[in-house]
Design a protein around this ligand. Structure first.
Ligand SMILES: [Zn+2]
Length: 306
């Protein structure tokens, strides 16, 4: 898919991709993000909702390990730091960021400036450089998140106090820069937007993949955990819910490939999936294959069946 084809992406899709706080020139401002709130998931581990994607906070006696940094800006950064201060006086020492979208990556630079190391999968740094959709998406008006100061090629472990936390990139899913973060001792995993409570989103312009999405979740399910933090949604999700989510993805991907192999045309494939897997409507058929993603979706299937 050529870069020039992305300029027609409507503001609403672009805003959803880049995070709720982005305002597109000439459009009504996006609704304000809900206020932040922190809640305990397990002793020593909290999730912060509101102000962008969910953040995860692991408290140790030597400092805090954080996952995801909220919408770009001083106010969201200060709010997030204030939320963390309500549960510990310890400073944030290490930050993992799950993917490039500014509602998760927004304050990479502010945390680096505050003395933390900010760790991402190397694909996130590439996503930042190429700028996703039209190459300008991160520059206006919310600004572009800064690059991380630590990247990894496959996985990266951090030990702090009594905690060992490890990030993995398993496969391209929501974007080509995804990481999931595993808190082994507490049996919790933070998924970023690979896992969401509502309709999932595969950001094909930022390297997301419908084909490898189910494998990314399946690989994460091989780790030992019983509770998952979704990228969006007010509550942690038990393992059984994530297993069901993975099965839905796998059924969708299998069906899409099967239909493409049979020669079903781009114009019919969405209706055909709806007809054969009605339980995935509208989860997949309007969420993942929305009008603006249909071309890229079909192109990925075509490449895989060549
Ligand atoms: Zn996202």
């Amino acid at each position: 898919m050529s870069k020039t084809s992305f300029v027609t992406i409507p503001a609403i899709v672009l805003a959803a991709t880049l995070g709720a706080s982005v305002q597109i020139q000439g459009q009504a401002p996006a609704p304000a993000a809900p206020p932040m709130a922190i809640k305990q998931v397990k002793p020593g581990l909290y999730m912060v909702t509101g102000g962008g994607g969910n953040s995860t906070v692991r408290v140790t006696d030597q400092g805090v390990i954080l996952v995801d940094t909220k919408n770009l800006g001083d106010a969201p950064f200060n709010d997030l730091v204030a939320q963390i201060k309500t549960v510990t006086p310890q400073p944030v020492k290490h930050v993992f960021v799950t993917h490039v979208h500014q509602d998760h990556s927004g304050n990479i630079g502010r945390f680096i400036k505050a003395g933390a190391d900010v760790i991402t999968y190397e694909g996130l740094k590439r996503n930042l450089e190429t700028g996703g959709a039209d190459g300008k998406g991160y520059s206006a008006p919310a600004g572009k998140p800064d690059a991380p100061n630590v990247t990894f090629a496959r996985d990266r472990e951090v030990r702090l106090g009594n905690a060992t936390v490890k990030a993995y990139h398993f496969a391209n899913a929501h974007t080509s820069g995804d990481a999931v973060v595993h808190f082994a001792d507490l049996r919790v995993i933070a998924f970023g937007d690979e896992l969401v409570a509502a309709t999932p989103n595969c950001d094909l312009p930022n390297g997301g993949s419908v084909l490898t999405y189910p494998r990314a979740i399946a690989d994460a399910l091989k780790l030992d955990w019983d509770m998952a933090i979704p990228g969006h949604g007010d509550n942690p999700m038990p393992r059984a819910e994530v297993e069901a989510y993975q099965r839905k993805w796998q059924a969708f991907t299998n069906k899409a490939l099967e239909l493409r192999k049979k020669g079903v045309a781009k114009e019919q494939i969405r209706q055909q999936i709806q007809a054969e897997l009605p339980e995935l409507t509208p989860w997949m058929t309007t969420g993942v294959i929305n009008d603006m993603r249909l071309d890229a979706f079909y192109a990925e299937l075509t490449n895989a069946t060549k």
